[in-house]
Write a protein that binds this ligand. Sequence first.
Ligand code: TRP
Length: 477
Amino acid sequence: MEERKGFGSNFGFLMAAIGSAVGLGNIWGFPFKMGISGGFTFLVIYLVLAALCGFIVMVGELALGRKTGKGAVAAYQVLSKKFKWVGWLGIVSAFLIMSFYCALGGYCIKYVVLNFGNLFHAGFGSNGLDGNGIFGALMTNQVESVIYGLIFVVITLLIVMGGVGGGIEKFCTIGMPALFFMLIVVIIRAVTLPGAVEGLKFMFVPGYAVTAGIVEKAPSFMNVLSTAGGQMFFSLSLGMGAMITYGSYLDKKQNLEKNAIIIVIADTMIALMAGLAVLPAAFALGGEGASMAGPKLLFVTLQNVFDNMGGVGPIFGIIFYLLVVLAAVSSSISLLEVIVTHFVDKSESEGKGDQRKKYSLIASVLVAFLCALVCVDGLGSNGIWVPFQSLVGVRGFNDCWLDFFDMISEGVLMPLGALLMCLMIGWEIGPKVVKDEIEGPEGHKMTAYGFFNVCVKVVTPLLMLLILWGQIQSFFF
Ligand code: TRP
C-alpha cells in the first residue's frame, strides 16, 4: 500500500487547522452573540469553556486521528467497541453543515462581484439598491443564488481534489496569512470611523445591548452558557471529526498539545478581531435600525456600511467579502475532507487504490443538491416547505432550511459527538492513550495531563450535557 500523504510541515498543518476553525462562525456568529449575550461576561464564559471543553476535545480529536492514522469513522472503529459508530455522526454533520455553509459562501462571492461592479459603476453593482434591497433580490432570485452556491462548491471540490498536502495545505498557507492581513486593514478603517465606539460598547460592556434597546432583557445564565458553548464548538470545528481527520495527516514528530493550544488561541483571537472589524462599522455607518443579527449583519448592514463610505467603499467591500470567502473556503474544505478521507482510506484498505478524485466528486454532487435546496429556499423567502414548522418563532429557529440543518448539526450532533468522544477516552480506552500519543517518539512531555485527565472524564462531559440540554431546550421548549 502506498504511504498516506499528509501535511508537509507543521506550519502547513496549523494554517489548515486554523483555517478550518476560522470561518463564518467567527465573523458574524461570535461578535453578534457576544454583544447580545452579555458582552464581557460572555467573553469570560467563552474563554473558560474554551479551556475546559475546547482545548480538551481539540487535543483528544487530534490525538485519536494521529494515533490511528485514519479518518473519523475508522478511528472510532479501530479504538472502541461501544463507540464504533460515532464517526458516522461526523459524516452526517459534515453534509449538513456544508449544505448551508456553501450557500452562505456563495452569497459572499456574489458580494465580492457586486462590490467590483460598484467600483466600476457597472450594471452588476448595487444599481441603486440598499443592503436590504440587494439581499432581498438575491434571496428571491433562486437561479442566481444556486449558481453562486455551486461556484463555492466547485472551489471547495477543486482544492480537496488536490489532496491534503497539495491542495488544502497550499491553499491555507497562502490564504490564512492573506486573510489576517486583510482583517487588519478592515479593522483600522472600522475603528477610526466616527461613532465606532458604540460598536465597541455593544461588544464589550455587559448589559449594553439591553441599555441600547437592542434586546429586551438580559439572557439567563443558562442561556449564555449554551450560546457560548455552541458557538465555541462550531467555531473550533469540534465534535464531528474534522480535527481527527486533520490529525491523521500530521507527522508523528509534531507536538499535538502545543498545536491544540495555538489553534484555540488563534481562533478566539480572530473572532475578537472580526468583532473589531464588523461591529464598530455596523454601528457607525449601518444606518437607522441596522440589523446586527445573523446573515443580515453580513449581507445587509455591512453592505450599507460600504455604500456609505464614499469612493473607497467598494474597495473595502471587495477586501472584506474576499476575506470572508477565504475564511469560508478554508473551513468548507475541512468539512469535505472529513467525508473524502473516510472513503479514500476505505478504498485504499480494500486494495482499490487512491480514489480521491472520484469520491471528492461524488460527495460534492450530494453537497451541491443540499446547497441548492438551501439556496432555492432563500432563507425562507420563497415559501418552500420546511420540516418542524411548528417550531417557528421559537428562539433560534426560523422557518427555513438553513436553520433546520443548523439545528440538527450544530445544535445536536456536534455536542453529542464531543460528549461521546470524551466518554470513550475517559471511560473506555483511558486518557493514557492520548498521553502516549502526544508524548510520542520525540519524548514531548504532556504538561496538562492531570488537567486533561480530570476534564475528559468528568468536567467536559458534564459541561457538554449542560450545553446540549440548553440547546435542546432552546429549540423545543
Ligand atoms: N469552524 C467553522 C466556523 O467557525 C465552521 C466549521 C468548519 C466547522 N469545519 C467545521 C464546524 C467542522 C464544525 C466542524 O465557521
